[in-house]
Design a protein around this ligand. Structure first.
Ligand code: 13P
Length: 254
């Protein structure tokens, strides 16, 4: 991949003010890896404080509403994330699809709203174990990609503000990482689908792998053909666990 690898920590519903110390340690170390784009997505209450605590890494949200403002108690808009200093938002994570019944059309609407608000977007897709065992993994993921990625906002896509994350549901938080050859095959299938949708602009879209990435398996996954980075859950919660993944992504020249 010609683009810088993109290593994103998704803190999910984990975090505290005390954990900002981990973000600071990650940020300090990030300066040693200028060839890697690094970011963290904490829960909403910590986004502003994390933004103020770091300078070398990106900061993002884990969801946003489709509307810019209004009567939606408990929700947060993309414009608000941008206003508080977020750079991007993760959308359509399988945990939101599961916990909140989010479907492809809603994810697409959120992605369009987030890009319009000036944020980068990481759209998540991934099959369940049942779907993989039934031989339907590629078809399921292709359908999710087709339904979830923004239909408008072409200029933002061309500018590289859209990323995809392939996260097989059965590999998330289970310690059961996908086989590298399966990751390569799926990333190629996703790339093909994106090319059919966006043409040459699809070259600008990084495709991340997510699901039990850690310091031990990162080099194999990140070195795989078509893998543009990683979306990391559990191993993003401490600098000690996260930084080896960043190091594995780094290929300084010379
Ligand atoms: P784990 O790295 O904990 O498996 O989580 C992956 C994930 O869902 C990142 O979004």
């Amino acid at each position: 991949m010609s683009q810088r690898p993109y290593i994103v920590g998704n803190w999910k519903m984990n975090g505290s003010r005390a954990m900002l110390a981990e973000a600071r340690a990650i940020d300090r170390a990030a300066q040693r890896y200028p060839d890697v784009e690094i970011a963290l997505a904490p829960p909403y209450p910590f986004i502003g404080a994390l933004r103020d605590a770091v300078s070398a890494i990106g900061v993002g949200g884990q969801d946003c509403h489709t509307a810019a403002k209004g009567a939606h108690t408990g929700d947060v808009s993309a414009a608000m994330l941008a206003d508080i200093g977020a750079d991007f938002v993760i959308l359509g994570h399988s945990e939101r699809r599961r916990d909140h019944g989010e479907g492809d059309a809603l994810v697409r609407a959120k992605a369009e709203a987030a890009l319009a608000a000036g944020l980068g977007v990481i759209v998540c897709v991934g099959e369940t174990l049942e779907e993989r065992d039934a031989g339907k993994a590629e078809a399921v993921v292709a359908r999710q990609v087709e339904g979830s990625v923004p239909a408008g906002e072409g200029a933002a896509v061309a500018a590289g503000r859209l990323a995809l994350a392939y996260e097989p549901v059965w590999a998330i938080g289970t310690g059961r990482v996908a086989a590298v050859e399966d990751v390569i095959a799926m990333h190629a299938a996703v790339r093909e689908k994106l090319a059919a949708i966006y043409g040459e602009d699809a070259d600008k879209i990084r495709i991340l792998y997510g699901g039990s990435v850690n310091g031990e398996n990162a080099a194999g996954l990140l070195g795989a053909e078509g893998v543009g980075g990683a979306l990391v859950g559990g191993a993003s919660l401490t600098a000690d666990a996260f930084l080896p993944i960043v190091a594995a992504a780094s290929q300084p020249e010379g």
